[in-house]
Write a protein that binds this ligand. Structure first.
Ligand SMILES: Nc1ncnc2c1ncn2[C@@H]1O[C@H](COP(=O)(O)OP(=O)(O)OP(=O)(O)O)[C@@H](O)[C@H]1O
Ligand SMILES: Nc1ncnc2c1ncn2[C@@H]1O[C@H](COP(=O)(O)OP(=O)(O)OP(=O)(O)O)[C@@H](O)[C@H]1O
Ligand SMILES: [Mg+2]
Ligand SMILES: [Mg+2]
Lengths: 247, 247
């Protein structure tokens, strides 16, 4: 059974792309078949060029112009580029504008069902690309820095998620907060981590991602932290274990 | 002569709000009259409640429903809240959608002209709120983390800025990149800082903002770093000096 996970938070710079990239790599490292979809026109997830699927990109896929084809690999990416921002302007007022990705995935169902996980990276806003990802996913991972602005922004995201569940996607089984860039040298990080656990209880991963220079550096080598510095990928390996355990 | 500065970058989490907040406070600290405008529906700049202007918010101001009134203070903020996201959906297809802020500022010209600086915080996208800020400003400050994703995102922003200058606002006199969260313990930070200086030359501030736990903590005390930890506000004080020197 393929699990579709949207990685989303309208707050910018909280580690959405880093989580899609590194959790994807660590799940693939555990012999899971993983498809990444870059639904952000900034196309930062697409930095990992060695797993691009050929002859397809996020815009042509979401519009239903191209279908997923099989290739022998177990770790693949539907890449994007700036042209994806056209989807926002062209489709914002169309009927069923939030369900295009769902339809595209259904159209390629045979191929999608070969994967164990589909991870979708989203842009830092609540626009139509984000609602498409949230309308098709089974689970949501919400990266949150243990810093005040990110903590505050959580309320906005959770309110919106509630409406998506009611109006568009009752199948969302779970959502979990992933504390990121945690740096215990800063006094607020411990405080905010405890506040998150107290307020959101089982909706916070046990695993948290510490601030980690190798995670920040690996995009410069156009790859994930597992490929770049295997001995420093521990937090994302633990996250992969926890995601697998949650079943 | 009032100088209007937009603080903008579609890449998320690069320090746009932190720069508006702290540069604003440091300019006010040098006896300049400063008006902040929170043009991000996330409303993080609005965390500094002690400088809110009464009876006005960003949505009513940009729509021309409310005008700026004088109050005896030299450091003020037109705050926002989530309702500002309605501007995006309601005005995206209206005639002159990018010029609402310009018209609003012109309508309140008498009041605005009492300020030395107007700093505008923008959301992490190139939507209509951002184009409104860029259509009225004299200068742009582009915060960029010395990390790969932020470095890559710069191209997208500068291309868009070029079109704004041609189509909407030929008055933009200058744009400058502000390196933020610089951490020389990471090897790429020095490399990227040098790359930025080499590629963009005089368009990069001499001042750069180092990673600084007090900058990250001050929002938790609902204030800026100058008020929160005066002895740790040095980088933003230097930035204020450089902005004043550029004249
Ligand atoms: N654990 C970490 N430690 C240190 N740096 C990190 C960590 N995780 C991510 N980063 C860096 O922080 C920056 C922001 O992360 P990232 O770009 O993944 O966030 P995002 O939420 O995808 O941003 P956007 O909102 O722009 O899409 C990146 O430069 C990234 O390399
Ligand atoms: N110099 C710094 N050192 C350490 N942390 C910083 C620094 N500047 C900003 N931060 C923290 O990094 C996070 C991102 O900064 P900020 O929210 O200002 O960026 P932004 O570009 O406004 O984000 P968004 O794209 O969501 O609007 C915040 O939690 C902030 O407190
Ligand atoms: Mg991202
Ligand atoms: Mg901000």
């Amino acid at each position: 059974m393929t699990k579709i996970i949207a990685i989303s938070n309208q707050k910018g710079g909280v580690g959405k792309t880093s989580t899609a990239l590194n959790l994807g790599a660590c799940l693939a490292g555990k012999d899971k078949k993983v498809l990444l979809i870059d639904l952000d026109p900034q196309a930062h997830l697409s930095i990992k060029k060695d797993i691009w699927l050929k002859d397809i990109d996020a815009l042509s896929f979401i519009k239903g112009e191209k279908e997923l084809k099989s290739n022998g690999r177990d770790f693949n990416l539907i890449h994007s580029d700036l042209s994806l921002s056209r989807f926002d302007s062209e489709f914002s007022n169309k009927l069923g504008r939030d369900q295009y990705l769902k339809r595209a995935i259904r159209k390629s169902e045979d191929e999608v069902s070969k994967y164990d996980f589909v991870l979708i990276d989203t842009p830092p806003n609540l626009g139509v690309l984000t609602t498409n990802a949230l309308s098709v996913c089974d689970e949501v991972i919400i990266p949150v820095q243990t810093l005040e602005f990110a903590r505050q922004g959580l309320e906005i995201f959770l309110d919106m998620l509630e409406s998506i569940k009611e109006m568009l996607n009752p199948n969302i089984k779970s959502w979990n907060i992933l504390p990121t860039m945690v740096d215990f040298r800063r006094k607020q990080d411990k405080e905010i981590l405890e506040e998150l656990r107290k307020e959101f209880k089982e909706h916070v991963f046990n695993t948290f991602i510490r601030t980690n220079s190798k995670v920040a550096e690996s995009p410069r080598a156009q790859t994930d932290v597992l490929s770049y510095a295997k001995n420093r990928a521990e937090d994302y390996i633990n996250l992969a274990k926890e995601v697998l355990k949650n079943g």
